[in-house]
Design a protein. Structure first.
Length: 156
């Protein structure tokens, strides 16, 4: 395939609109496009859910490598809109059913959460539903990415 063919294929891809994620998957298979999960998430977001706020996705991805570590500063809860104030943080954490020394620790009056606890706080937030919408989006993307992978295997 020469460079003009690649440019044509890429422009065709950019200008193609898809009615469903299955149509997108079919396009990928028919055009023998191999796409990794990270790029697939970006594509599904831009083509089907552009209004969905995923600005925090990179931070959540960074947390994956620190599963049981107490690395998330409690100020992130305020920054992400989960809590309205950093006063009486212990009461806020108990309200979210988190357990001290399991889900969070207190060191020098500073609260540190595990990544999983932080994500629980995001999902249980009373101030916004955007995090629940994000996690549902990710679940849908994983499901469809698996379908794409199965379609790819079946096309061999």
């Amino acid at each position: 395939m020469n460079q003009s063919d690649i440019i044509f294929e890429f422009n065709t891809y950019l200008n193609t609109t898809f009615n469903t994620i299955n149509d997108f998957n079919t396009f990928l298979i028919n055009n023998k496009r191999n796409i990794n999960l990270k790029d697939y998430i970006k594509e599904i977001h831009s083509k089907f859910y552009p209004e969905l706020d995923i600005s925090f996705q990179d931070y959540l991805s960074e947390l994956k490598e620190h599963k049981n570590e107490f690395i998330v500063d409690y100020n992130k809860l305020y920054k992400y809109g989960v809590i309205n104030t950093t006063k009486n943080i212990k009461k806020s954490l108990k309200k979210l059913f988190l357990i001290e020394n399991e889900d969070y620790i207190i060191i020098n009056n500073e609260y540190k959460l595990t990544p999983n606890s932080f994500k629980i706080c995001l999902m249980r937030s009373e101030n916004t539903t955007k995090y629940v919408e994000y996690f549902l989006f990710i679940e849908k993307v994983y499901y469809n990415y698996n379908l794409y992978q199965m379609m790819k295997i079946n096309s061999l």
